[in-house]
Ligand binder design. Sequence first.
Ligand code: UD1
Length: 365
Amino acid sequence: MERSGRTVLTVVGNRPQFIKAAAVSAHLRERAEEVLVHTGQHYDPELSDVFFEQLEMPAPDRELGIGSGSHSEQTAAILTRLEPLVAEIEPGALLVYGDTNSTLGGALVAAKAPVPLIHVEAGMRSGNRAMPEELNRMVVDSLAGLLLCSTETALRNLRDEGRDEQAVVTGDVMADIALTFGPIADQRSDVLERLDLEPRGFSVATAHRPGNVDDPERLRLLVDVLSRAAQAAPVVFPVHPRTRSRLDEMRALDGLPERGITAVEPLGYLDMTRLVRAARGVITDSGGLQKEAFLASVPCLTMREETEWVETVEAGWNKLIGLRPEAVEPALAELPAPGATSPAAELYGEGRAGERVAAAVAEWL
Ligand code: UD1
């Protein structure tokens, strides 16, 4: 590997980061060298390899193999394994996406090396410091030299913290992939046929936030929320491994079908995208999925009290219902009717964010 000030070392590790890198890598490689490092935070084929294959991404150049563990264990493993790699490659910059432990680990190694740090999806804030992701975002933004924002709201957040001097609004890189791969997913995925679903005849649900699924009482409420939603339309529920093991511990998996909820394994990008685009609604605690539903003009109920993606709520396509089953019906009644078109593409960069990220990085190097 040629050592060069124009080499960007990109760190990814989780499902949403593979999608984000898919939007940026090709553009970045037209303007700079990229070394793609996979931390291994997500390692199951359906949470990792399938994204690389389906989104036609270059394979990672290096893998750290950190696997699962507590936040400290994951972060420490990244620091220990990434530091020598950074010393070997001597990149001109290190680039991280989003707000996970892989983002934090990458950012800390860059800051200590020191290597200039680029943060894609900078400036997102929920205001809820109990979320591990909120702490990760704040730390990473405070270390980054180039802050690339998905939205004007993110830029305003950085301005409020006095961090907007090195900030640029690029649009949202996940939106690029949703817009490009949406029609491809409709053609290539047979998930509706496999699960015997009619377009608009079902809702799709996901849940993986520790604050929602780790505590049995809260997880019970979450299942009640999904049951209420299932009274309007059957719910298809691709279950994250964290959530599956908690439901298993509570012996709650077997009871789901009689509540109108069909639990399935986590889905690859194309299946999930087709499912969302054909759904009547989405119920989730994921940030990415709130946005993907909005981009597909599918209404969303979010099982959280706040969101970083405030545009989805302001435009009327997303309702924050927390874990309140009684909030489901009134929220459903207020959401846009089927057939309406959301303003998401315009708000999130028209599918050109990857290009803008690469341009901003190349100019900054
Ligand atoms: C992580 C991110 C979260 C992101 C999510 C995307 C942090 C703090 N959280 O949460 O922001 O929204 O990824 O999905 O970084 N597991 C497997 N197979 C895997 C990976 C994990 O079975 O390939 C199981 C393990 O039991 C593990 C648990 O899932 O302990 C949680 O995984 P982890 O990566 O720690 O966090 P996520 O909940 O996925």
